[in-house]
Design a protein around this ligand. Structure first.
Ligand SMILES: Cc1cc2nc3c(=O)[nH]c(=O)nc-3n(C[C@H](O)[C@H](O)[C@H](O)COP(=O)(O)OP(=O)(O)OC[C@H]3O[C@@H](n4cnc5c(N)ncnc54)[C@H](O)[C@@H]3O)c2cc1C
Length: 500
């Protein structure tokens, strides 16, 4: 076979790390810390960072660095409490950032500014705390999980066709999870929120550094990789991974290959779901089920720059929430970068869509999207006030062959055991990344913790202490509370009050 033919020329290493995003670089660091220096990192792109990616944006001589992917350190620290590892790295790299003030928000419908911020208070009051409490019972009493939508309805939050309430719900939920309450687990959405924001703090700090947010990953890498380190293979696209109990061989598009004792696959859930890389042998059914059960959300930021002297929004606000009369989630959340503490004078504002609207936007051309967002802005701020933008741009995450989406989410009714099947190793092939994080899925710190854990585990394996990770051939509908342990990726209790 062609695979065997190339076999003779493979580069040999102890550990092949597939992907140089947060999880891959952190796994390499964990190996280095354990004195394992014989590894190779294989990366599709020409730079490290993965889904922490930036670009220059703006008209000639008015260009700024904007983040296409991750933008916030979410949950920073509470004095005396645990510190988010991403916050530590952001501080080490001196990343420029500002606290996002979610109360700094002005609300709009198709007729312009109209104050419906009271609905935000309504959502955050009784309904949300009931959903939270019920999620706790689902977990501790081993009950069946359900959709976040059912949880909200049971708690009395029923926006129905009140489009302003729908917009508020989108701001509270979809904007974070990248998917609707219908598509999300009540139990694990609450776990995900609590372990981040109640453990560290409720702060979201927005990073807008001219070097790019991924300077923190480059900073981390520089502690164990030299400039042009031969162990980092950039611009190298993995096409096949052949694995067994004895080792792993990685085949690349350029015909090169890597033969390793162990491999750590950090490809996104989207990459795994889209069969962008083939695995030999095909995954056992427990693993394939784990991969297909979880979902990959898409989150698209659409950037506009206006002539700085013609900025028409009130720059004392950070956020503008738009309730479209017909379509929930239609260009709903706008963020001003031309605001104090961010990039005053930049003329930049951006709007976010997720999921179905992301698919539409990412499949249509820039001109169509630009016309749509300008229509919305003109409804919000008055047609006469909104000039033509001088720059316009957005990434297309659902179409990126090295990501196929933005970050993972848990659908209703799945279980910790099912997630463990997504997470667990098969023979000498291990998995790490945002999606394998049980509690911090979707977050940078989730990717960091998973990289750290698997790197450490493989270093132990190389020293002869190999236990492997559990998986479940037979799944039970729910997961008994006693299994919420480190073996199943459960590091901290989700019942916390630290950050508040
Ligand atoms: C739009 C957006 C907004 C986000 N906002 C936030 C936020 O504000 N805060 C937050 O904490 N998190 C946020 N996230 C999530 C965060 O970016 C991810 O959790 C994290 O970056 C994932 O890291 P990872 O190492 O698991 O995966 P990745 O960063 O995807 O790393 C995997 C690497 O594998 C490489 N790869 C893929 N396929 C191949 C192949 N065939 N061959 C070789 N290499 C390959 C990729 O190029 C990539 O570098 C956001 C993500 C997106 C996309």
């Amino acid at each position: 076979s062609p695979l065997q033919k190339r076999n003779g020329t493979c580069q040999k290493t102890k550990v092949a790390i597939l992907g140089a995003g947060t999880a891959g670089i952190t796994a390499a660091q964990a190996l280095s810390n354990a004195s394992v220096t014989d590894f190779l990192i294989v990366e599709y792109n020409s730079v490290i960072g993965g889904r922490v990616a930036h670009t220059a944006f703006g008209a000639k001589n008015q260009s700024y660095t904007v983040e296409l992917g991750a933008n916030w350190v979410q949950g920073t620290f509470t004095p005396g409490g645990p510190v988010n590892p991403i916050w530590i790295l952001a501080e080490l790299s001196n990343l420029t950032n500002t606290y996002s003030n979610y109360s700094s928000i002005e609300t709009f419908n198709q007729n312009g500014a109209v104050d419906f911020t009271d609905l935000i208070d309504d959502y955050e009051g009784d309904p949300y705390s009931t959903v939270e409490q019920d999620a706790g019972y689902i977990l501790s009493d081993n009950l069946q999980d359900r959709s976040f939508r059912s949880g909200l309805s049971l708690a009395g939050w029923k926006p129905g066709n009140d489009m302003e309430a729908q917009a508020v719900e989108w701001w509270e939920f979809d904007w974070e999870y990248g998917q609707s309450p219908e598509l999300s687990s009540q139990e694990f959405a609450i776990v995900n929120y609590n372990t981040t924001f109640y453990q560290y703090s409720d702060a979201n700090n927005y990073v807008f550094d001219s070097r790019g947010f991924n300077a923190f990953i480059r900073g981390e890498a520089s502690t164990f990789l030299t400039a042009n380190d031969p162990r980092l293979l950039l611009n190298t696209i993995v096409t096949n991974v052949s694995y067994s109990d004895k080792g792993v061989t990685v085949y690349n598009k350029d015909g090169s290959c890597v033969e390793a004792d162990y491999a750590i696959c950090t490809f996104s859930l989207g990459v795994l779901q889209n069969d962008a890389v083939t695995f030999s042998p095909a995954f056992p059914s427990w693993k394939q089920m784990g991969i297909e059960t979880f979902s990959m959300a898409t989150y698209t930021k659409i950037f506009l720059q206006f002539p700085p002297d013609e900025v028409f929004w009130n720059t004392s606000y950070q956020f503008f929430l738009y309730a479209d009369p017909n379509e929930r989630g239609y260009y709903p959340v706008w963020q001003s970068l031309d605001s104090p503490g961010f990039l005053p004078g930049s003329g930049i504002i951006f709007v976010t869509v997720v999921q179905d609207q992301s698919y539409v936007v990412e499949n249509q051309d820039d001109a169509t999207t630009k016309a749509q967002v300008l229509d919305v802005l003109r409804d919000m701020f008055g047609a006469e006030n909104v000039p033509e933008p001088i720059a316009f741009m957005y990434p297309r995450w659902s179409l990126e062959p090295w990501a196929y989406g933005s970050y993972s989410n848990w659908p209703p009714g799945t279980s910790l055991e099912m997630h463990e099947n997504l997470r667990a190793n098969i023979g000498r092939l291990y998995f790490a990344g945002e999606a394998t994080s049980t509690e911090y899925y979707g977050f940078l710190h989730g990717a960091w913790f998973e990289g750290q854990a698997v790197g450490t585990e493989i270093a132990d394996c190389l020293k002869g202490n190999c236990t492997g990770e559990v998986h479940y051939n037979v799944l039970h509908g729910t997961t008994p509370p006693r299994e919420y342990d480190i073996e199943n990726g459960w590091d901290v209790t989700s019942f916390q009050t630290n950050g508040f």
